[in-house]
Design a protein around this ligand. Structure first.
Ligand code: GLN
Length: 466
């Protein structure tokens, strides 16, 4: 029921009103309350929008997404609605404007049904650090959904909305997509405007899309990419659909496939895909990417540095939560931040402040920037020979809620996804298989920068070789 844009269109064509679609959606969301996917359901504004869109449909002036129900991660601004990044420090804060990407979807008459739960400030891999409590995986509610965009993944996977927006700084769209059997796209850095996305690591952050259908990912990408005067880092690169006459060129990364942490069943299924491709005379090649083990440390040095700067604006004066018991500016800053931020966010602000501090800057920050450049050069080199690289999205399937508490073990959940954020390349996770433990896992495809055309083409084509 309305799991995709096509389902929604079909319902409307068969005479269903958008208002009725919204009512169905609200009932369904209510019956999945236990998953804690939503921080807030925007029932009032969704109902008002539905009435407007029903009128437009009658007049023949409705947009391309008329009646499509979408959800937004709780770090994407929607004017007149609350946004908190799942943090106490922004509890009850209301957006003053709408994110550019969201505005483009609203202009096509999509309906925003609510804001979706996530890790606090998008820092995490399980969606357990939210001020509003953990999100549960709809496939098995004792398991985590992945993170940080866990609510966005679960809402789509459980059919509570057709499309959701998330953000991907190190894997937060692709990793939960892998663990909830959904499609999750992280476009090239700069492809989608970041205006109205609460900043975490600004040189890594990208808004990403979840859907149950690859076609829907394509539709949303094509409607949202492009230069935005409100985000100076947004790119004006063109988007070219893949030329189907081009020979296929696929690469695999040896260090990824041979990584100790990779689950044997996931590995086996990728090897089978490789064999099937070769059996069908499709060219596949293997490449070495020697920086794999350096990626997670590099990512955590650079993103914590950026986060320590980005999160300095939450001081108890300008936005959101203010400590009641403080006197004077200094005490207000200190207490508001101590009381308003959760443990993981504090850990990252402190780490970031440390790596940027005088005397340590060159040893950590400068060095990590150098590794970033090496990784980028090596990746560009590989893409001279192939259109896409195939890797696992995640090393394992989802695990039980509360079972990982060690920060380092948590950080390693992103081992295969941070590459695309460090280098800026686009990447997608597509549903790939079901593990003997009953949980799903995804396959990751990465293409060269701005070649979402190839990425989406191969994502559709590979399925017949699974
Ligand atoms: N899990 C990673 C982190 O905690 C990635 C988060 C993200 O992509 N927002 O930073």
């Amino acid at each position: 029921m309305y799991r995709t844009i096509a389902d929604t269109k079909e319902a409307i064509l068969s005479g269903k009103s958008v208002s009725a679609i919204v009512e169905d959606g609200l009932i369904k969301i209510d019956s999945h309350h236990h998953l804690n996917a939503f921080v807030e359901v925007f029932s009032a504004s969704a109902r008002i929008a539905a009435l407007e869109i029903d009128k437009k449909i009658k007049q023949g002036s409705a947009g391309k997404l008329a009646g499509v129900i979408i959800g937004i991660k709780d770090n994407i601004c929607y004017k007149g609605h609350k946004v908190s990044a799942a943090s106490k420090i922004l509890n009850n804060f209301e957006s003053l404007y709408t994110a550019s990407v969201l505005q483009k979807l609203l202009d096509e008459d999509a309906i925003v049904i609510g804001r979706l739960n996530c890790d606090e400030f998008a820092m995490g891999s399980t969606s357990e650090t939210s001020f509003y409590g953990p999100v549960k995986n709809n496939i098995n509610p004792n398991y985590v959904p992945g993170g940080s965009s866990g609510g966005s993944a679960v809402a789509v996977s459980a059919g509570l909305c057709a499309i959701s927006l998330g953000s991907d700084t190190g894997g937060s769209v692709r990793q939960p997509a892998s663990w909830t059997n959904t499609f999750g796209l992280k476009p090239t850095y700069g492809r989608l405007s970041r205006y109205g996305l609460i900043a975490y690591g600004s040189s890594f952050d990208q808004i990403g899309v979840f859907a149950n259908d690859l076609e829907d990912i394509k539709v949303i990408f094509e409607l949202t990419y492009g230069k935005d005067p409100l985000d100076s880092t947004s790119s004006k690169a063109s988007y070219d659909v893949f030329d189907k006459q081009r020979p296929l060129r696929i690469g695999f990364l040896s260090e990824y496939m041979n990584h100790d942490g990779l689950d044997p069943e996931i590995k086996k299924k990728i090897e089978l895909l490789r064999t099937n491709l070769q059996a069908n005379q499709i060219e596949v090649s293997d490449f070495s990417f020697p920086y794999l083990d350096h990626l997670v440390p590099t990512y955590y040095v650079l993103t914590t540095a950026e986060a320590s700067s980005n999160l300095s604006r939450f001081d108890g004066v300008h936005f959101g939560y203010r400590s009641e018991k403080s006197k004077g500016v200094e005490e207000t800053y200190k207490n508001s931040r101590s009381e308003g931020f959760g443990q993981e966010v504090k850990r990252r602000i402190m780490t970031g402040t440390f790596v940027l501090s005088h005397g340590y800057y060159d040893a950590y920050y400068t060095k990590a920037q150098k590794v970033r450049r090496l990784a980028r050069n090596a990746t560009d080199e590989i893409f001279k020979n192939v259109d896409i690289l195939i890797t696992p999205t995640t090393a394992s399937t989802a695990f039980e809620l509360g079972s990982v508490s060690d920060p380092l073990q948590m950080y390693l959940q992103d081992i295969f996804t941070v590459h695309a954020n460090i280098t800026g390349n686009p990447a997608i996770s597509i549903p790939f298989g079901q593990h003997s433990n009953g949980m799903p896992f995804g396959l990751q495809l990465m293409s060269s920068c701005n070649d979402e055309g190839a990425l989406l083409h191969y994502a559709g084509l590979l399925k017949k070789y699974f």
